[in-house]
Design a protein around this ligand. Structure first.
Ligand SMILES: [Zn+2]
Length: 192
């Protein structure tokens, strides 16, 4: 596997591309866009490999959106490992590159990771809960342009919302209540 995107290619907070509304991707996919999507997934695969990520000095990631590699396009690579920690060699929970994704429904129930969130594009961690919808239904296109719908809850739902946020120019800390970052809310599920 050859790696095109290393940490020096990841756009950082302050780069205007991270605050732009990303453009829809036309289908059939151009060769350039297909390659971009593959290269984004390669980053995630290698970043999650304990030995390889060291040699490339990659911060581990479960998602990477095109604006994070400098392209204002509605593409995000998602690689959520198996949710069962005893079966780490198992198939990932979700591995795919999603194009033109939209959240078509979301729960009233909120969800937030109990440790807060991080982002490859934000070097200095901003602490605090990042409240989102606990359940979402996402519609997207795959590489072939086929429209897919996926229902997600808890951790995977958070990951998809974080990535889709990138396509709308939002960063995770936009959702943090900076006056009371760890304020617990009864209607929110805190996800381990
Ligand atoms: Zn991010």
């Amino acid at each position: 596997m050859t790696i095109r995107f290393t940490m020096d290619k990841i756009t950082r907070d302050g780069n205007p591309v991270l605050r732009q509304i990303a453009q829809p991707v036309p289908f059939p996919l151009s060769e350039e866009h297909a390659q971009l999507a593959k290269d984004m997934m390669t980053y995630l695969v290698i970043s999650q490999d304990a030995t390889q990520n060291e040699s490339y000095d990659l911060r581990p990631g479960v998602g990477l959106a095109a604006p994070q590699v400098g392209y204002s396009l509605q593409i995000a690579a998602v690689l959520v490992p198996s949710l069962d920690p005893h079966e780490s060699d198992d198939e990932p929970y979700f591995k795919g590159t999603i194009f033109n994704p939209t959240i078509i429904s979301e729960s009233v129930k909120r969800g937030a990771l109990d440790v807060g969130e991080g982002c490859l594009s934000v070097d200095e961690d901003v602490p605090g809960f990042v409240p989102r919808a606990n359940h979402v239904t996402v519609r997207y296109q795959d590489e072939q342009g086929t429209v897919k719908t996926i229902k997600l809850r808890d951790y995977p739902a958070i990951v998809f919302q974080h990535e889709i946020d990138h396509l709308h120019g939002h960063l995770y800390y936009d959702h943090i209540d900076l006056k009371a970052p760890w304020q617990v809310d009864d209607d929110t599920k805190y996800i381990e």
